[in-house]
Write a protein that binds this ligand. Structure first.
Ligand code: DX5
Ligand code: ZN
Length: 215
């Protein structure tokens, strides 16, 4: 069964703790925390102090999706604040091998993220070391954008690589998820779906999460 990771980007920021508790009770499997610095993407969200404040509202794993210029400089603060999974972009100009090793040394999970314009085979050499590969299906920065279907090929490619080489990474998809696109990414081989506006834009979180799992 597919796992659901609600993105807090579309939650009610004035009630963030309560929102985390509500999606947890509604059947979420992970909590997705989008960090933006106004440089790597043209938007600014929240930092480690906010993560630390809402951490106690759920026992689920938190994933910090770092859309920032220097994930190598800041990941540890998110890890200390309670993130279990650290996601950073192949497009960040950093030493990716070093960061993968550093995160694993802290016994946290590594998620490597790929933007829509980036060819998926540029991450081939990292695949054996990864816990999760996150395929962006919108250009990062904002919730509520339209799913870019050409990225489905990347999910299929990752699924083939995984089977062929016996890799253990999970495939996650982020951006433009609704019932229709959830069914497409599932067919392509995804294991985890991030959904922001589609979950938080609906009053009945339980019903949306349940339907996303089985559509
Ligand atoms: C986009 C973020 C996503 C975003 C998805 O930059 O990484 O996690 O919240 O939002 P929806 O599900 O509305 O496309
Ligand atoms: Zn995200």
């Amino acid at each position: 069964m597919i796992l659901i990771s609600p993105s807090l980007l579309s939650a009610d920021f004035a009630e963030l703790g309560k929102e985390v508790r509500n999606v947890t009770r509604a059947g979420a499997d992970l909590i997705h925390f989008d960090v933006m610095d106004g440089h790597f993407v043209p938007n600014i969200t929240f930092g480690p102090m906010i993560l630390s404040a809402i951490r106690k509202y759920s026992n689920l794993s938190f994933e910090a999706h770092l859309m920032i210029d220097h994930p190598d400089k800041y990941w540890r603060q998110f890890s200390d604040a309670g993130a279990n999974i650290i996601g950073f972009h192949i497009e960040s100009k950093i030493n990716h091998w070093q960061l993968i090793n550093d995160i694993h040394r802290q016994r946290k999970k590594v998620c490597l993220v790929v933007n829509p314009p980036t060819e998926i085979n540029v991450i081939k050499r990292f695949l054996p070391e990864l816990d999760i590969v996150l395929v962006m299906t919108v250009n990062p920065g904002f919730g509520g954008q339209k799913f870019i279907a050409s990225n489905l090929k990347k999910i299929e490619w990752l699924n083939t690589q995984r089977k062929k080489n016996n890799y253990s990474f999970l495939i996650e998809v982020d951006g433009g998820i609704n019932y229709q696109t959830a069914s497409l990414v599932k067919k392509a081989g995804a294991d985890i779906i991030v959904a922001g506006s589609f979950i938080f834009g609906n009053r009945n979180y339980k019903k949306v999460i349940k339907n996303l799992k089985c559509c």
